[in-house]
Design a protein around this ligand. Structure first.
Ligand SMILES: *[C@@H]1O[C@H](CO)[C@@H](O)[C@H](O)[C@H]1NC(C)=O
Ligand SMILES: *[C@@H]1O[C@H](CO)[C@@H](O)[C@H](O)[C@H]1NC(C)=O
Ligand SMILES: *[C@@H]1O[C@H](CO)[C@@H](O)[C@H](O)[C@H]1NC(C)=O
Ligand SMILES: *[C@@H]1O[C@H](CO)[C@@H](O)[C@H](O)[C@H]1NC(C)=O
Length: 370
């Protein structure tokens, strides 16, 4: 830990400095690449779960909330906002990258504010998923189809006031970016070893693509799609593996079945819909990569790969989560995970760098048949 703490300031500085977007040169002349990586999007609309929830669950009757300390300890001077991290989420860094304001939670906005906003709205809701029943055991949340319903409502009630003509509105929608990060909770709540991984993935993907097509029908043309995280390496799972701390490779394999199908499916949709672009973000391999070369060894010397920052002592028990009474680690930047289910701000920043600058994580989806 001595090495880790003495290197930390440099480590942080390195990442902060390298998020200087304007210095990035496009290496490929492909137009779509230029648009998706450098595009001037007028708005970012966010669809997802707790990875990107920016406060919707604050307004819902549920146990799954994070609007209390120690959440947000690194957010704009220490504000718990309902983000499930010590600071910014990947949706925040994506907004920053594209020069947009951080995207506010839909349920936190007044009707007046909704009428006035044209830089994007966040509909993401912790504990929810693609299937309508996912997460509902823990309380209310906004499922994927409900999030799309709400976006439709935003168009009908709010954006039509802001954009007076149909062509202005269509232009806004066609130029905006639609980001998704959802699906892991469907595995958390509904997958078990007795279920065929292929069948489960097909069903889930079918539901997901229905909603992507609805967004397309509403006018969305630019998509930023995150695949599903390697749940098998998360603290809540690896607290129970043998040897303790090793990943559940089986669970990761089951999820990678979905991810492979997702990528193919987007490629086919790309073929079917002209003038539609997809950025596929391999969040799965980004998170896996942070553990080092082997999923069974946590080899990072800089970051604690196995235990969350909050709670400080974590045994993987069903009731141990990060609560208002929890003691957390002193320096979240020494951990991959802020709580048992979500990464720290530092990791979210590293994701943005890997996605946009190194371009290792995010790829433009090509037409399957071109
Ligand atoms: C509308 O948005 C602008 C900036 O986009 C802001 O300056 C103004 O205060 C907002 N008005 C209301 C009523 O929210
Ligand atoms: C696994 O899921 C199936 C389908 O939902 C359910 O019928 C079964 O009881 C579950 N098995 C276990 C061990 O949880
Ligand atoms: C959006 O809402 C309108 C009006 O309620 C409805 O007619 C339309 O079918 C909806 N579109 C989608 C894609 O859900
Ligand atoms: C990770 O953190 C936990 C709890 O804070 C601690 O017990 C464990 O030893 C740490 N692991 C490493 C590799 O530093």
């Amino acid at each position: 830990m001595g090495l880790s703490s003495s290197l930390k300031p440099y480590f942080l500085l390195l990442f902060v400095c390298s998020l200087n977007v304007s210095t990035i040169n496009s290496t490929k002349p492909l137009k779509e690449e230029a648009v998706l990586f450098g595009g001037k999007f007028p708005a970012l609309y966010v669809i997802g779960d707790s990875l990107v929830d920016s406060g919707n669950n604050n307004h819902l009757e549920t146990k799954v909330k994070s609007n209390f300390p120690p959440y947000g300890s690194n957010f704009e001077g220490g504000k718990p906002t309902g983000r499930f991290s010590d600071g910014k989420t990947i949706a925040d860094y994506i907004a920053i990258y594209y020069g947009l304001p951080l995207v506010p939670a839909y349920l936190g906005l007044s009707e007046e504010q909704r009428n006035n906003i044209s830089t994007g709205i966040n509909y993401a809701s912790a504990s929810c998923g693609i299937f309508p029943d996912t997460g509902k055991r823990l309380g209310k949340c906004l499922s994927l189809s409900v999030q799309v319903d709400l976006f439709n409502e935003t168009i009908e009630k709010n954006l039509k006031k802001k954009f007076k003509t149909n062509s202005e509105l269509s232009k806004h929608l066609a130029e905006s970016l639609f980001m998704t990060a959802i699906g892991v909770n469907d595995y958390v709540f509904f997958y078990n070893k007795t279920i065929d991984a292929n069948e489960f993935a097909n069903k889930l993907l079918h539901e997901f693509m229905i909603q992507i097509k609805r967004l397309h029908k509403l006018g969305a043309r630019n998509f930023f799609i995150n695949n599903i995280k390697p749940l098998g390496c998360y603290p809540n799972i690896i607290a129970h593996t043998v040897p303790r701390g090793s990943c559940n490779d089986n669970l990761n394999l089951v999820i990678s079945v979905f991810n492979a199908k997702l990528r193919r499916s987007l490629s086919h949709m790309k073929h079917k819909f002209s003038k539609t672009s997809f950025l596929y973000s391999d969040y799965f391999n980004f998170m896996l990569g942070l553990r080092g070369p082997s999923s069974n060894q946590a080899t990072s010397n800089l970051l604690n790969t196995t235990s969350p920052c909050c709670p400080n002592v974590y045994d993987g028990g069903l009731t141990t989560s990060c609560t208002p009474g929890s003691t957390s680690c002193k320096v979240p930047e020494t951990h991959i995970f802020f709580d048992p289910f979500h990464p720290t701000q530092l990791v979210n920043l590293m994701y943005a760098i890997s996605c946009f600058q190194e371009r290792k994580v995010c790829h433009v989806v090509r037409d399957a048949l071109a």
